[in-house]
Design a protein around this ligand. Structure first.
Ligand code: TF8
Length: 336
């Protein structure tokens, strides 16, 4: 049922893959093979973005770069893909920033709850000086970071009860990404969090190893979590970006003109993917309701209770992440 209804949306309302603009780019006469692997399924906005990326790169390189796309962690989950890039056995991936904080501590800023009040503010941060500096800083350790896209605002689902306040979370087993702030968030709210790779999540939910998880609506549907999760709460507690990464070994083999082509294609993919993600977000929430998921939308007062309870998470992480960076992001929000 989930799939049929998602493809119904896809047919009518999914923003179509744009036409490729820009001239053919001269390379060095060599042919290149680029494998691009992600953890989400074929029905995700992210995979749609990959299809656009492939179209741009293949057309503008006049077929000299062939892009092979992989989804559903076919070539590994987020962390495994990053290692494969470092080893040079995979050319591209686009993980959530969260599991990468052990390599790049500054990414932890994206894990702070309720820091990005709107997607437009997230865009300003990611596409502005802060985000562009982060791409430079993350271009090390065998990786070249060339762009941002979005995973999106995260929502809580579970198999036990309709959650309207932190007190409902008492002892609830919630899967989190492999990230210390996420662990801290759910522990602070009274839940019993377990970090786990996304690739293991469906089975863990199905077998009751965990009671709940949190991800954007589109991921909940495209991964069919609604088949094993009766309840959802629209918490919007964290905005997670995707970061587009290239293997440095591959990058260094490319002529500069192709490096520039990949940067441009990553930018266009990111813009398009955000558009798809935002167009589908509310539609998919409605569909999940129609399919029988019990979705709780919180009042501003109920959201405030979560925010107040999570204030200590800010206090604990502020200095470790850099209060300066947090203040600059807050200033962007105020400037709106
Ligand atoms: C998570 C993330 C994932 C993505 C994707 C699988 O919950 O939100 O959806 O990182 O690559 O692990």
């Amino acid at each position: 049922l989930g799939l049929t209804s998602l493809s119904a949306v896809a047919a009518t309302e999914m923003p179509p893959i744009p036409e490729v603009t820009g001239d053919v780019v001269e390379g060095d006469g060599n042919d290149y093979n680029l494998k691009f692997n992600i953890g989400l399924t074929q029905s995700s906005a992210q995979y749609r973005g990959l299809e656009y990326f492939k179209k741009i790169v293949e057309q503008r390189s006049d077929g000299h770069i062939q892009v092979q796309t992989f989804h559903s962690a076919q070539l590994g989950d987020d962390l495994q893909s990053v290692s494969a890039l470092q080893a040079g056995t995979l050319e591209m991936t686009a993980p959530s920033t969260s599991p990468m904080v052990s390599m790049f501590p500054q990414f932890a800023v994206f894990d702070l709850p309720f820091l990005f009040p709107t997607p437009e503010i997230a865009d300003k941060v990611l596409d502005g000086d802060i985000g562009q500096q982060m791409l430079k800083d993350a271009s090390t350790k065998g990786l070249v970071a060339i762009g941002w896209a979005e995973n999106g605002y995260r929502q809580l689902t579970n198999s036990k009860l309709a959650v309207t306040s932190p007190s409902d979370l008492d002892g609830l087993k919630v899967r989190t990404m492999q990230n210390p702030i996420h662990l801290d968030i759910w522990r602070t709210l009274g839940a019993n969090p377990t970090p786990m790779s996304f690739a293991e999540l469906f089975t863990a939910l199905e077998q009751g190893v965990v009671d709940g998880q949190e991800n954007p609506w589109i991921t909940i549907e495209s991964s069919k979590f609604n088949e094993v999760q009766q309840y959802a709460t629209e918490t919007n507690h964290v905005y997670t970006p995707f970061i587009t990464l290239v293997s440095e070994r591959f990058w260094n083999r490319l002529p500069e003109s192709y490096q520039q082509l990949l940067r441009e294609a990553a930018k266009q993919m990111g813009d398009y993917e955000r558009q798809v993600s935002r167009t589908l977000n509310d539609q998919i929430k409605q569909e999940l309701k129609e399919q029988g998921m019990q979705i709780t939308e919180l009042t501003p007062e109920q959201i405030a209770t979560f925010q107040e309870d999570l204030a200590p998470v800010y206090d604990d992480w502020r200095d470790k992440i850099g209060g300066d960076l947090i203040d600059r992001i807050r200033a962007e929000s105020q400037a709106q």
